[in-house]
Ligand binder design. Structure first.
Ligand SMILES: Nc1ncnc2c1ncn2[C@@H]1O[C@H](COP(=O)(O)OP(=O)(O)OP(=O)(O)O)[C@@H](O)[C@H]1O
Ligand SMILES: [Mg+2]
Length: 279
């Protein structure tokens, strides 16, 4: 159960501060026995996920554990076989992907979703247009275009790409392309941002840049990320859920989860190995 409904019922009005405190730890996303079967193969197995509002929550697990399938269920790219998904108190299990995006659950897409031959600024503007669902009428106004440009520059500032605004996306380094992808996701005004392996394939410098960026954007929203890089997970995730063969193996802060013998065994095949070495 989420903390919110509980605290609403029990907190007397004089204890508003208590309620606020409870709200802080309230969960924005909850899954209940979320399950996905592919022709009898259970890829996601009765997962109860609770993502706290304002937190960075990492979903980790060995290859094939069901992490991406879980993401696909949350965004309704796939329909669950059973179980339910609650976002911000609303049951979204039956909702279409577009409706879920409108509510503020936005997944950062793969690099291919960045238009390589548009400039960095244009890429963000396209994302803003998508969000605004601008009509032809809107574009008739010169002022609207200026407002859009200003907002796009603001978003580029948020991901430290302002000085690259006029470059085409194809000219950016790999790490900066992912930063641009984060900016286009921010343009959709996410309440919950889903990132699937944001540092995959990056060199150390880019990994560090993206790590700091995620921390920065998470200051005013919730982030749920699949991440294999344990140094990223250990340094920024508030909570970690470990999946194994579709099911939750452990959940908690890194210090706790990384010492869990079952988790170490799942990763390394031996309870005496260290999680830090996980790929
Ligand atoms: N469309 C599908 N049809 C059949 N099986 C699938 C399908 N999608 C995923 N699976 C299977 O479900 C399991 C979980 O896959 P998933 O991609 O969710 O794992 P993952 O945790 O994201 O792995 P990785 O770390 O390699 O990205 C795998 O065994 C995969 O082969
Ligand atoms: Mg995956």
């Amino acid at each position: 159960m989420c903390g919110l409904s509980y605290s609403c019922r029990v907190a007397p009005s004089g204890f508003a501060f208590l309620l606020l405190k409870e709200l802080d730890v309230d969960c924005i996303l909850e899954t209940r026995k979320l399950t996905k079967e592919f022709k009898g193969f259970v890829a996601v197995d009765r997962v109860d996920l609770r993502v706290k509002r304002g937190s960075i929550h990492a979903l980790i697990g060995p290859n094939g554990a069901g992490k991406t399938t879980c993401f696909n269920l949350l965004t309704k790219f796939l329909n669950p076989t059973s179980g339910s998904i609650l976002f911000d108190g609303t049951d979204i299990t039956q909702q279409a992907p577009a409706e879920i995006a409108r509510l503020g659950v936005i997944r950062s897409f793969q690099i291919s979703a960045v238009f390589p031959h548009l400039t960095v600024l244009e890429n963000v503007r396209v994302a803003l247009q998508r969000k605004l669902k601008t009509s032809f009428q809107f574009w008739k106004s010169e002022r609207s275009l200026e407002t859009l440009n200003a907002r796009a520059m603001e978003l580029l500032g948020a991901v430290d790409l302002e000085q690259f605004a006029d470059l085409t996306a194809v000219e950016l380094s790999y790490g900066r392309k992912r930063a641009l992808e984060i900016a286009t996701t921010l343009a959709m005004d996410p309440k919950l941002m889903l990132l699937d392996e944001p540092t995959q394939g990056m060199g150390l410098e880019d990994v560090d840049r993206i790590r700091q960026l995620i921390k920065k954007v998470a200051a005013s929203r919730t982030v749920l990320m699949v991440e294999h890089n344990m140094s990223v997970v250990s340094s920024i995730a508030d909570t970690i859920t470990v999946l194994q063969r579709g099911a939750t193996l452990a959940e908690g802060p890194y210090t706790e989860v990384s010492r869990n013998p079952a988790v170490i065994e799942a990763y390394m095949g031996s309870a005496s190995a260290e999680l830090k070495g996980a790929h």
